[in-house]
Design a protein around this ligand. Structure first.
Ligand SMILES: [Zn+2]
Length: 136
């Protein structure tokens, strides 16, 4: 058993492993696989196999620099989307008590108490003043 473990450790040594792109691909793979079970069209199976092979290839790759660049490229597009999703979650959570507005000067996001009407807001980040209207 120790011999097998040594061989496995030697095999995995220097391999890239998992990253954000890997987990994203895994989530897409699950969605495609479940869709394939429901729709039962061969294109879903082909796509899920391609995604699985890419995941295995990337995690077993020894070209760490290339995989790291792929992940950085992915994160460049994924992080803004993730930020918007988290912001939407906050907006839904605070819907009864607060409203979010962007500063006209520095684009910082400001959480305002939910008080209907027109207000002049001073940005806590840059100090710039601007008008906001909270309708409901
Ligand atoms: Zn500002």
């Amino acid at each position: 058993m120790g011999n097998f473990r040594d061989k496995l450790v030697r095999f995995l040594y220097g391999r890239y492993g998992t990253d954000h792109l890997y987990y994203f691909m895994f989530a897409i793979w699950i969605i495609i696989s479940v869709a394939g079970l429901i729709v039962r069209h061969p294109v879903f199976y082909v796509i899920s196999i391609v995604i699985m092979l890419l995941m295995i290839f990337r995690s077993m790759s020894k070209n760490i620099e290339a995989r790291r660049k792929e992940n950085a490229f992915f994160l460049k597009f994924f992080n803004p989307v993730k930020r918007e999703i988290l912001l939407l979650k906050d907006r839904i959570r605070d819907i009864k008590t607060a409203r979010y507005r962007k500063c006209r000067h520095c684009k910082a996001l400001i959480k305002l108490p939910k008080v209907t009407g027109r207000h002049t807001v001073k940005c806590p980040k840059c100090g710039g003043k601007f008008d906001v209207r909270i309708i409901f």
